[in-house]
Each structure stands twice: as C-alpha cells, then as structure tokens.
Ligand binder design. Structure first.
Ligand SMILES: *Cc1c(COP(=O)(O)O)cnc(C)c1O
Length: 386
C-alpha cells in the first residue's frame, strides 16, 4: 500500500492533509517521495525555524544523542540547565518549566496563574480572560481557553473559569476583569485566528490594568516566539513585561519542546509535586533548542524583518490580494480567491504555504535564502492572481 493509503487505513483522521509525502529536505527545500522539490513557506507550522537538516543543529542534537537521551526530571542534566539559564538571561524571566508542546506550556501557565491567586487571595479568584478568536491548544484546558465557539463542541463539559474578550477593545477587557479574574492570556499576533497583530496601545493598557489589579499577564508566544516576528519574543516589540511567557513550535528547531517562562511574581509558585512532565526538558530537545537560541541574534532578526517587508511589498496591492497582515516572517494574506485553493495550486507548482481561517499564511524558515524566497513569492503571486 502507498503511504497515503496507509494513513487513510491506520492513522486517525484528525487532519485535512495535503497530498505531499515528505521524505527529506535541506534548508527551505523539501523533497517528496517522487523526488519533487518544494520551497517551504510553512516550516512545519513555524517549527523548523532554521529549515530542514540544519548542519549546526544536527551536530548539537547528534552529540547529545551519543551522550544521553533521557534520565527524567527526578535528576539533573546539563542541556536543560543551560537552556533555562539562556532563556532567563535573554528574557529577564526567573524560572522555566519545560514541557513538550505549546498546549503543555499553556497548561502550566494556567495552573500557575490559578495557584498564584489561590495562594495569595484564597478561592474564587480563578478566571482567566482570553480573546475571542484566540488559539491556545487542543487539550481540554487549552481548548477551553481558546476563544472560538466553533471549537467548544463535542467534548463537553469544558473547563470552567474562562471568559473571552474582543481583541483591541480595552473597555471590554476592563469590564470583564472583575474580582473573579486571576489572569489575562493573549497572543500578540493571533496565528491560527488569521495572523492578526494586536494594537500596541491596547496591549500597553492591558499590561497596566493587569499590574494594577495583580492579574497575571500571560503571553502565548507558542507561534510568535523564537525570532519569528523579528525579535526573540514578540512581547519585546510591545514594550511590556509579562508575568508568564509560553513558547514551543520553533523553540527546539523541529524537536518537540515547549516551556512556560515564569516572571518574578510567580517564580516560586509551582512547587515540588504541583506539576511535571516525563519528557519535558529532555536533553536531546534541550540540545536542539540551545543550538537554535545561540543563533537567534540581531543579525538574524534584521533578516527576518527585511524578508517580511519584502513579502509585504511584493504582495500588497498585487492582483487578487486584499490585505497582508502580521509581523516579521509571520504573515497572513487575505485574497479574493479561496485560500485553500491557493494552497493546493501552490503545492502543485512546488511551493508549500499554510492557511489560517480564510487567509493564506506564511511562516517560512527564518534563514530561507533570498533566491528561494523570491522564487516562491513569484509563484504564490501568480497563483493568487489567476
Ligand atoms: C500552535 C499553538 C498552540 C498549540 O501548540 P501545540 O504544540 O500544538 O500544542 C498554542 N498556542 C498558539 C498561539 C499556537 O500557535
């Protein structure tokens, strides 16, 4: 049986997959089982931030593979220690909890916010305000946190204690933040929701409100983090200091890793026995993340910003393009033509693009070459125009 048939027979049918059987790759180029080469503008949904089979990353991961693959969090390993140190040094956060995914990072943030509040204020102050159209994950708690009615079906009962505010409406946020609320959780650029950046004034006002009312400000940087938007974390462009920052996707360059970074207020909230993960902070994944983080520097961010501006300049005003939104190399393109149709035609023509809601979404590897980017954007432009 061929690969797609095997999936259809044996893999749970939870995705609308595109007909590409990926076999190998290098950088921003992916080769399928028939030897056809694609330029990748999706990087596995913002995961392969230095593309496929990056040489330095392979070396770091391979060295760790030959040393120790796992020991559990009942003991200590060097890669996890140094990764936590670097994350804290680069963000000013105080402590890091490691998990394996974005949803797990957010689970930790949710638990931490509730424990902080119950430790300090007792029961009844446990609601978390998130935004309408947000996306925070697929576990029961993070699905409950996700502000999309369409996702609050099939799996009832959902977790209590979430309220949803319309984005960029400060008065609405303020009104929702009553005595039952312990935290506000935001994506600074809504990814799955259609690549929509929050207004700076709104975010600044929200941060101020949180500080005044001792509400924890949780920034979900699962998608926006690790250089994607042109700074190490997107919050750094908004001039705010979050209490908790979560990230995953690009963190370990293609290995499963997520983390919740805990600021001053909550650095000692999570104590022994209150949370855990068998694989979290695994030394192989940590070695991969160390390799990635060591290269997320100003020079790279400058490239990310320039490439993002190039894509915007090429597409804004182009035939069939209604708008281009997003930050850095996290972009959404509103088109006259159906986005899924565009993705299908691009795949045919050797370019991988993603969609988000009704938009085409681009999350190319941060180090995509200019030649690859120019070629892929011309093909995308042609497909959108047709
Ligand atoms: C992808 C994503 C998640 C979920 O991450 P998983 O690793 O799939 O659990 C959470 N929040 C945001 C903003 C995301 O983009």
């Amino acid at each position: 049986m061929d690969i797609i048939e095997l999936y259809n027979t044996h893999v749970a049918d939870t995705y609308a997959r595109s007909p590409l059987v990926a076999e190998s790759g290098v950088g921003a180029q992916i080769t399928d089982e028939n030897g056809k080469v694609y330029i990748d503008l999706g990087s596995g949904i913002g995961v392969n931030c230095f593309g496929v089979c990056d040489g330095e990353w392979i070396k770091a991961v391979e060295a760790q593979l030959h040393a120790l693959q796992h020991i559990s969090n009942l003991y200590y390993t060097e890669p996890q220690a140094h990764l936590a140190q670097i994350l804290c040094e680069k963000t000013g956060m105080k402590k890091v909890f490691f998990g394996n995914s974005g949803a797990e990072a957010n689970e930790c943030a949710i638990k931490c916010a509730r424990k902080y509040s119950s430790d300090k204020y007792g029961s009844g102050r446990n609601t978390i305000v998130t935004l309408i159209n947000s996306f925070h994950g697929r576990t029961m708690a993070t699905l409950s946190a996700t502000g999309q009615e369409a996702m609050h079906v099939h799996f009832a009962p959902f977790l209590e204690g979430f309220k949803y505010a319309p984005a960029n409406d400060f008065a609405a946020l303020e009104a929702l933040c009553d005595g039952s609320v312990c935290a506000v959780m935001l994506e600074l650029v809504q990814g799955e929701g259609g690549v929509i950046a929050l207004d700076k004034a709104y975010v600044t006002a929200a941060a101020k409100l949180c500080a005044e009312r001792d509400l924890l400000l949780i920034i979900d940087e699962v998608q926006t983090g690790n250089g994607r938007t042109g700074t190490l974390y997107a919050y750094m462009q908004y001039g705010i200091v979050p209490d908790i920052v979560t990230t995953a996707k690009g963190l370990a360059g293609g290995l499963p890793m997520g983390c919740a970074m805990l600021g001053e207020k909550v650095e000692n909230t999570m104590t022994a026995g209150t949370h855990g993960s068998t694989f979290g902070g695994n030394p192989i994944c940590a070695a991969g993340a160390l390799s990635i983080l060591s290269r997320l520097d100003e020079k790279l961010f400058d490239e990310v910003v320039k490439k993002g501006e190039y894509i915007k300049a090429q597409l804004e005003g182009a035939k069939g393009v209604k708008s281009v939104t997003g930050l850095g190399l996290m972009l959404g393109i509103e088109t006259a033509k159906d986005a899924k149709q565009i993705a299908r035609e691009c795949l045919d023509k050797g370019v991988i693009v993603l969609t988000a809601k009704s938009k085409v979404r681009l999350l190319p590897p941060l180090n995509i070459t200019w030649e690859e980017l120019e070629k892929a954007i011309q093909i995308l432009k042609g497909v959108i125009a047709q």
